[in-house]
Design a protein around this ligand. Structure first.
Ligand SMILES: N[C@@H](CCC(=O)N[C@@H](CS)C(=O)NCC(=O)O)C(=O)O
Length: 213
C-alpha cells in the first residue's frame, strides 16, 4: 500500500469529512491527524496559522506544502489522483458543481453548522447548556437551507444529477449531522427527497467509513 496522504484536522469536522469521503471514493490511502511530523499542532496556534492563514481545517499536507480550503483540496485530489471523478468535464456542468459546492460550503454551512450544530457541540448557555433561544432563532435559516437543497435535488440521486460530485461531498456531512439532531430531524423529514438522499448515501461504503468515525 502506498504512503497515506495526511489530512490535518479532527474527524468530527464536516469539511474534514468531505475530504475523507473524496479519498474513500478515489481509493486514496489517508490519515486524519492533528500531529504533523510527530508534533501536535494546536488549533489556532502559530503553527496552525502557518498551515492555513485563517487557522481553519482541513489542511492537506503535500510534498510541495500545505493546501487549505476544502474546494482547493478537492480539486487537487481530482487533478492528482485517479479513481472516481468528482467534477464533470463539461464546463456548464462543472460550473454547477462549483455553484453547489459554494452554496453548501458557505450558506448551508452558515445556517446549519455555524448557527445550530456548533451550539450543540460547544454549548454556550449557563452551565454548558444549549441555548434554546439561539437554536429557535436559527430554525428559519435551517428550514430555508433545507428547502433550497431539496428543490435543487428534485428527483435526482445527487445534488447535481445522477452522479455523485464534489458538491455532494460538502453537503453530505451537514445533512447527516442535522438529520440526527432532535430539532433537525423533522425539518429534514419535511423533504422526502432529502431523506432518501441521505439514506442512500449512508448505505454506501465511502460514507459509512466516514460519517460514523
Ligand atoms: N472555507 C473553509 C471552511 C473550513 C472551516 O470553517 N472549518 C471549520 C471546521 S468544520 C474550522 O476550521 N473551525 C475552526 C475554527 O473556525 O476555528 C473550507 O472550505 O475548508
Amino acid at each position: 500500500m502506498s504512503t497515506p496522504i495526511t489530512i490535518y484536522g479532527p474527524t468530527f469536522s464536516t469539511f474534514v469529512r468531505s475530504v475523507m469521503m473524496a479519498c474513500e471514493l478515489k481509493d486514496i490511502p489517508y490519515e486524519v491527524t492533528t500531529e504533523i511530523n510527530g508534533e501536535k499542532i494546536e488549533f489556532r496556534s502559530a503553527q496552525h496559522k502557518a498551515l492555513h492563514p485563517y487557522t481553519k481545517f482541513p489542511v492537506l499536507m503535500t510534498e510541495k506544502g500545505p493546501i487549505g480550503e476544502t474546494v482547493a483540496i478537492l480539486h487537487y485530489l481530482e487533478n492528482t489522483f485517479g479513481g472516481k471523478k468528482l467534477y464533470p468535464t463539461d464546463p456548464f456542468e462543472q460550473a454547477q458543481v462549483e455553484l453547489w459546492s459554494g452554496i453548501s460550503g458557505i450558506y448551508v454551512d452558515t445556517d446549519i453548522v455555524r448557527k445550530v450544530l456548533l451550539e450543540y457541540i460547544f454549548p454556550k448557555g449557563e452551565n454548558g447548556t444549549v441555548r434554546a433561544d439561539v437554536v429557535e432563532a436559527a430554525m428559519p435559516g435551517v428550514e430555508n437551507a433545507l428547502s433550497v437543497v431539496a428543490e435543487q435535488l428534485g428527483d435526482n440521486a445527487y445534488i447535481c444529477g445522477d452522479e455523485i460530485t464534489a458538491a455532494d461531498l460538502i453537503l453530505i456531512p451537514i445533512i447527516d449531522y442535522i438529520e440526527q439532531l432532535e430539532v433537525g430531524k423533522p425539518k429534514v423529514a419535511a423533504h422526502k427527497n432529502l431523506v432518501e438522499y441521505i439514506e442512500n448515501v449512508r448505505k454506501q461504503d465511502f460514507a459509512k467509513r466516514v460519517l460514523t468515525s
